[in-house]
Unconditional design. Sequence first.
Length: 272
Amino acid sequence: MITENWLYDAMLYIYALSLLFYFSDFVDRNRRAKQMGTGLLVFVWVLQTAYLIQRIVSHLNMSFFSLFEYLLLFSWLLVTISLVMNRFFRIEFIVFFVNVIGFAVLALNMFGIGSGTSLERWEIARKLLYVHVSLMICAYAALTIATIFAGMYLFLHSRLKGKQWTKSVRRLPSLELIDIYMYRCTLIGAPLLAMSLAVAVTSILTEGEYSLLLDLKVIASFISLGLYIWTVLKRRWLDGPGWKMARWILYSYALLFLNVFLNQASSFHGWS
């Protein structure tokens, strides 16, 4: 029998995977990615529905419902609304961000929440921070690879433009292939970054440290996320040249990397 923690682990990870596919479809109109994202989201909805039914059956008196159930019901409602919108209205932009909020609520509920003592709230926030850091590491990995491809693209573009046929140029892949890898890595990293920041905000709200929302690291991360989303949307809808996207990826990563040097000026999980 699956334990409650295993069930929530499955919900959270499947939810995160569905958001990756949804973001890919939202930006690139990828039918296969949309089908995968929708299928995974339906599975998350089934798991949430089964768990809610089990909780209702276990205590039919609704007065016994805790904040845990209410937040789970809220997350379930967001998933339900997003599936209805995806089926009848096809507004992928809204569907993605509705589910980012639903993911953050599910992550918060994963560890349980209630009034509790300040120590209990700190423990919940600490566990949420683990999820945030894990997602951020994955986002950094994907975006770092995208940045490497961006640097390769600009290097190769400048050499081809100047007709400098060196050995290093001959060993590199084509501009078209580099552009595809650069774009796909960004499509993976951007939603991971969005989910990581959503969990980070949830952790801040749980601790009641609202001033951290104005922390330099938090602000810089959100600006970087905005730049990444703007870059891929511009690339997809305006069909700009690859070298422009490569430059904006470098700018976005530079701002994200700046967080490392904001440690002394930040109060949000500073590194020792």
